[in-house]
Design a protein around this ligand. Sequence first.
Ligand SMILES: [Zn+2]
Ligand SMILES: [Zn+2]
Length: 263
Amino acid sequence: MEIIVMGCGTSQGVPLVAHDNPGIDLKDGRNWRSRTSIHVVIEGHHVQVDAAPEFRMQCLKNDIQAVDTFILTHGHADHVLGMDDLRQFCTNKGGEPIPVFTTPIGMERVRAIYPYAIGRPASSGYVALALNLMPRRLVLPGGGILSSTILPHGHESTLGLVFEEPSTGAKFTYYTDCKSVPPEAVELGKNADLAILDGLRPNYHPTHMSIDEACAVSVELGAKRSLITHMTYQIDYAIYTEKLRSTFPKVGLCYDGLRITLE
Ligand SMILES: [Zn+2]
Ligand SMILES: [Zn+2]
């Protein structure tokens, strides 16, 4: 299984616009964060999780050549607003709609923003989306297994995702945009080879986990390695990587363009 971190920034991205972004070294490219999304290749099947406003540039930078299935974790702008740029992936598949799996609110949001793309075949160069509610367990073409669970995220719930690849035995837990990880989600996602977890900033936030909360969840999950995502400008890559090395040695930070192969 291959995981490509296309973006790991909070909803405004990093650095902030019109702000002096104190405490972060902007000469370090790992501190330039586009909005959060990942691409997963599992049993040869390409799963895109969320489409940030920068989705087009993320695809070009990371050489994404296909999207076979699209998962929208929830309907917030930083995850949904790049979906129109799925169009070339439709064209490359002869106009076939891309299967989209999401929450009930995610479905409402997609229908409201992209009414022209729902329930009709794509005409050349346009996007077509086949909207579905995400089931608890989805067997993907090729045999990869994608399980989901619901994570609390303020007014909206987020899909927590667990990928399992039978041919390699690899397991990957992806819990972005959540205030906590309930016991059922711990059970589903535990003992993974890799967990990527929401860890917004050092201090408390009402709808996202802080760095400390993410580290506590990483211990509960028992993943071989955990990485933090959806980070604000308050987290400098080098400083926090060093801090975590002594306190939570199995936890690190994502950066845009990071690629991880699990086998
Ligand atoms: Zn977000
Ligand atoms: Zn969100």
